[in-house]
Design a protein around this ligand. Structure first.
Ligand code: SF4
Length: 446
């Protein structure tokens, strides 16, 4: 059926590293590359959700632009869309603005949304016909209607006063049918939005929405849809911190146990204190939880989130062992470059990683994402580097560090990467990973 209008949803997907030396190092480190590949191949759940909220009279095309050529852009132009709508994070926002200019020159209406545009809508407005700030589900249909009526506004916001909050009870199943499933090794679903912790560097937890949960019966509908197109899927939860509400989490895990799937999510260390939850995680075939331990420097943890994380510090090793005793592998995340960090912190981080029984590790550099508490603090102290959006990759330095020069921090980080992802440590973690999964057998067969 010919539709009256056409929108192309463009995900600026993929992982970027600005520092060339670090980029080249990363390309040769197997443990680092594995996770980067997974992230790069995840579809944009935000755009698939928008697609589900698009009225019938609009044709929807979904595209991902990671490594792309001029032919890819020409192919989008050849579709003659009415609207091209981008979703982009800070690291690729300048690239998005350049593409937006090219499309607008051809008379195509450009819409920009996502975390960066939500944090800095005034900046994005200079590059788009319309900016979507905050939760798109409530705004999208109105935006398209305004386009049809030739009264498009330059800002659609759920965050400006009076604030609007989307109820996850009203969620629609994302349009997974737009994907060629052969191109993906994981699909994403969202079960919670936001996070009740308030880490000062975190852009994900509050920019779009306060913490909220999706009703379990709606999550079931999404799983059913995925199973229609993929009989044995690997699911990655697109949540910031899944298991904040333990009672709701147990209902979620009982649902997951009914499906033949492997899955992964991000959470905090508190799951280690709840045996029943761990048992349900094991029974539902959770392969891995990614936990932000953030730092092994207690001083850096203090003041990070009001104090909760620093209180967990002494439990790190015990928590990792406990979670993995249930057959759930732990991917530990550490951030380097806090004001209290010194060269000693890099050595201590390596020592902790070396001595711990972590199945996987992720290290990143503290990043001043726009409009986070960290950003405002560094801005006030005049320590933000000029024009650094491209460097918001988690692997580049975006500010003037306290105890290092920029180059020293880059070098310390690169050296730590090389050691943490060395052949012997990657091999050791792979062995732990396999052994950990064996622990799950006793819960699945019981
Ligand atoms: S616990 Fe994680 S998701 Fe929550 S605020 Fe901290 S960094 Fe963000």
């Amino acid at each position: 059926m010919n539709k009256a209008y056409k929108v192309i949803l463009v995900a600026m997907s993929g992982v970027r590293v600005f520092n060339e030396k670090l980029f080249k190092t990363g390309l040769t480190l197997p443990g680092f590359v594995d996770r980067s590949r997974v992230i790069a191949s995840l579809p944009s759940l935000g755009l698939l959700t928008l697609a589900a909220h698009t009225p019938e009279n609009w044709e929807v095309i979904y595209k991902e632009l990671d490594a792309y050529s001029n032919d890819d852009i020409v192919a989008i132009l050849d579709e003659k869309p009415n609207i091209v709508a981008f979703s982009a994070l800070t690291a690729r926002i300048n690239e998005t603005y350049q593409l937006a200019a090219r499309f607008r020159k051809q008379g195509i209406t450009v819409v920009i949304g996502g975390l960066h545009a939500s944090a800095l809508p005034d900046e994005a407005k200079a590059h788009a016909d319309a900016v979507v700030q905050g939760e798109c589900e409530m705004l999208w249909e109105g935006l398209l209607k305004d386009y049809e009526n030739k009264v498009l506004k330059n800002l659609y916001s759920s965050l400006s006063e009076p604030k609007m909050a989307f109820q996850l009870d009203d969620s629609r199943v994302p349009a997974y049918n737009l994907l060629d499933i052969n191109n993906y090794n994981r699909l994403t679903i969202q079960t919670t939005r936001g996070c009740s912790h308030h880490c000062n560097f975190c852009a994900a937890s509050r920019t779009i929405s306060e913490y909220k949960k999706k009703p379990v019966e709606l999550i079931k509908k999404e799983l059913d849809k995925i199973f229609e197109i993929w009989e044995d899927p690997f699911i990655e939860l697109a949540d910031d911190n899944t298991f904040i509400d333990k009672k709701w989490s147990k209902e979620l895990l009982k649902l997951f146990a009914n499906y033949k799937m492997k899955w992964f999510t991000e959470t905090d260390i508190s799951i280690a204190y709840d045996d029943k939850l761990l048992e349900l995680l094991a029974k539902s075939n959770c392969m891995q939880v990614l936990i932000g331990f953030e730092s092994i420097n207690l001083e850096s943890l203090k003041g990070l989130d009001g104090g909760w994380k620093s209180k967990q510090f002494d439990n790190y090793s015990k928590a990792i062992d406990k979670i993995q005793s249930y057959g759930i592998t732990v991917n530990g995340c550490f951030v380097l470059g806090f004001d209290s960090d010194t060269k000693e912190t890099f050595r201590e981080t390596e020592k902790f990683i070396r001595e711990s029984k972590l199945s996987d590790v992720q290290i990143t550099i503290l990043t001043a994402f726009p409009c986070t508490d960290l950003y405002y603090q560094l801005k006030k102290e005049n320590r933000l580097l000029p024009d650094y959006w491209d460097k918001c990759t988690l692997f580049d330095v975006t500010y003037i560090p306290k105890n290092f020069s920029v180059v020293e921090l880059e070098n310390e980080f690169q050296n730590l990467m090389t050691r943490v992802y060395s052949d012997d440590l990657v091999k050791k973690r792979k062995k732990i990973f396999k052994q950990t999964l064996l622990n799950r057998r006793k819960f699945i067969t019981s």
